[in-house]
Design a protein around this ligand. Sequence first.
Ligand code: ARG
Length: 470
Amino acid sequence: MEKPWGGRFSEKTEGAVEGFTSSLSADIRLWKYDIQGSIAHVKMLGRQKIISRKDAETIIKGLEEIRAEIQAGKFEFHDSLEDVHMNIEHALIEKTGPVGGKLHTARSRNDQVALDLRLYLRDEISAILRLIAGLQKVIVESAEKYIDIIMPGYTHLQRAQPVLLAHHLLAYHEMLERDRERFEDCLRRVNVMPLGSAALAGTSLPVDREYVAGLLKFPAISENSIDAVSDRDFAIEFISVSGILMMHLSRLSEEIILWNSDEFGFVELPDAFTTGSSIMPQKKNPDVLELIRGRSGRVCGHLMAMLTVMKGLPLAYNRDMQEDKEPVFDTVDTLKSCLDILIMMFPRIRFKKTQMERAARGGFLTATDIAEYLVRKGMPFRDAHAVTGRIVKYCLDNNKTLDTIEPDELKGFSGLIDSDITEYITVENSVNAKKSFGGTASQLVRARIRDIKNRRKQGLKGEKPAVRKK
Ligand code: ARG
């Protein structure tokens, strides 16, 4: 295949080199954006009289035909044409003759590929934002459905204090809210129009960059042509915020995997989302969740790959940057498929009230409540901590728990302890006493659920104002 840049070469490109340098197998995904960008560019060339209006129309018509051919699966791509950009341009020239050769006026593949990747990511980030909101929705629905379940909250994976399952689930809602903010913020830096930077220096032709930006709905244009063609920060940032999101999905998955074990027995997973073992007939494995956990490692790896590709590059464009495609595309695919499957699966996870509550009782999870009882009666917290510690030790030595120890036995540990102490050490009261803002008290958790749902109804984001009035 004749190369568009073949003019200064006297030797044919080695076949192996064509294969080695081609990025078509990856960047073929950008075809739609490449055509969209080219049409905007050529409209501007015609408007600025850099090419005739008639030629601009011929080129646009040709590009639209190519778009229809690709859509219909009738377009033939050639690996020897290096990438999606040259495939489309080559086809245009075949279709329109020399007129097609005017498309690339005042443009380079360097600013072209930057534009295409930005258009692509802009679309994908919008789709990802919708999926995150979808996952938040099913999490809140489960929180609401299981609002009356009390479970042990953990630190160090040791039972710590009783909390509402809903409060625990809503912690993931908060994480996802921050993810949404990060993607929205990342979008601002993706949404910058690089075209008109040409190879690196800009162009001597009278282009109108604002006009192109307007056509493509970019709120900003790049300020520096050298930066515009050598910048992949927006892609790195996208993978980075994706890595954080995947880390969250991985933690959620890990938690459900643990809860699904016989040792915990807190959840029952839907059969349709689990798999069996080829040897052990009794097994029902949480593979979907394990794969989400595993795939978070992939995205994290893509971030390292991109940072490593970029870190030693002198300005401006270098071919190394072609290596950005696979990490970005695989990140998009991984994120979307993980979010999709979690949205389907989450509403079908059954949380087991009896098992969760059994784990929350019958131990020492309300020990802190005893200490706080003593604090309310005037004892310094450190002393209260020590007294409560002695109570726990006494229980352990005498095979009792805070549920079974008698008020009279408790009174022996401090003159400040009255019979009313028993009210403070039930798990229900312990939960409902945590009324500090953001705490697990049922009334606060219910209010937060209402708040999230109202905000969603009003199309507002779930986040709260930074400063809150009482
Ligand atoms: N396929 C290349 C990439 O993905 C774009 C082409 C720029 N190539 C060049 N030789 N200037 O980065």
